[in-house]
Design a protein around this ligand. Structure first.
Ligand SMILES: [Zn+2]
Length: 282
């Protein structure tokens, strides 16, 4: 089966990961911009990173038979520094206009502060002005932050700013937020991690409860404990739970193709060959 991974940070993954993804059927992926593990101090560092995920990462993925696209933004965690965020947004247009850029994201909330709201609102306007798709990150539950409250605020702001909900994915849903997301017409993302976030059984529970329409299951794999082959594992689990081939294909392939296919730049080549590293490495 051909799988499209709608949210993964390959920048922080290895060539072995690409090989395993190809082996398990993943043929295209989308890499949103994210927090690199330390706050950046210069707008130029963001721009260099955008170049890396738009150009170098696409080239690297292609050697492993995977067509790689990206999304750029100021991520929620770094939106708190308003001066820096503004400098990045002022210079972000050429990256949004890059042929491999299929969405603006991920944006959203980390601690749900005024500064985060301001940077979120401004990026929503940038996406609207360009007719671009948007990837929205919902915050993690912590003692200070409620994921549910963050999701409510995101959905309210999307409504206030009159965003077409069919062009937005609100990501990292759990049992605590799906009822909110499903009250609107946005796409609902669900992230499968080995330990935290959802596992295959919980995803299947959510799919049974809320259906397969407008859902995007992803691995969100990055530099933390995560698994770039989460999707093949969910697919196998779904089959074991009695979902038929068409249902599995809807979640693994048709839905991500339909969401990103709204961008004219997203025309993934699904027949790229995996190239033996011996052929190109010195
Ligand atoms: Zn992410």
């Amino acid at each position: 089966m051909t799988i499209v991974e709608p949210h993964i940070h390959m920048y922080s993954r290895t060539t072995d990961d690409y090989t395993a993804m190809y082996r398990d059927g993943i043929r295209a992926c989308v890499e949103p911009s994210f927090w690199l593990g330390a706050n950046r101090r210069h707008a130029g560092t963001f721009f260099d990173y955008f170049d890396l995920i738009l150009d170098f990462e696409s080239m690297r993925a292609e050697r492993y038979g995977i067509d790689h696209f990206a999304a750029v933004s100021v991520n929620p965690k770094e939106a708190e520094d308003l001066a820096l965020a503004s400098a990045v947004l002022d210079g972000m247009a050429p990256y949004l206009d890059h042929p491999r850029c299929v969405a603006l994201g991920e944006i959203g909330f980390n601690r749900i502060t005024r500064n985060e709201e301001e940077v979120f609102a401004r990026q929503i306007e940038m996406a609207k002005a360009r007719g671009m798709l948007t990837i929205v990150h919902t915050p993690h539950d912590t003692p200070e932050v409620s994921k549910r409250r963050g999701t409510e605020r995101i959905l309210a702001m999307l409504r206030e700013q009159d965003v077409d909900p069919g062009r937005v994915v609100v990501d990292h849903n759990t049992e605590e937020t799906m009822d909110l997301t499903r009250r609107t017409d946005v796409w609902a993302g669900m992230t499968v991690y080995p330990y935290s976030k959802l596992n295959p059984a919980r995803v299947v529970g959510l799919l049974r409860r809320w259906g397969l329409e407008r859902v995007l299951v992803n691995s969100s794999a990055d530099w933390g404990v995560s698994d770039p082959c989460s999707l093949p594992k969910v697919a196998a689990f779904m089959r074991g739970e009695g979902f038929d081939a068409a249902a599995v294909e809807t979640v693994m392939f048709r839905n991500p193709m339909a969401f990103y296919g709204q961008s004219e730049r997203f025309k993934p080549r699904l027949d790229l060959p995996w190239i033996d590293p011996a052929q190109y490495q010195r």
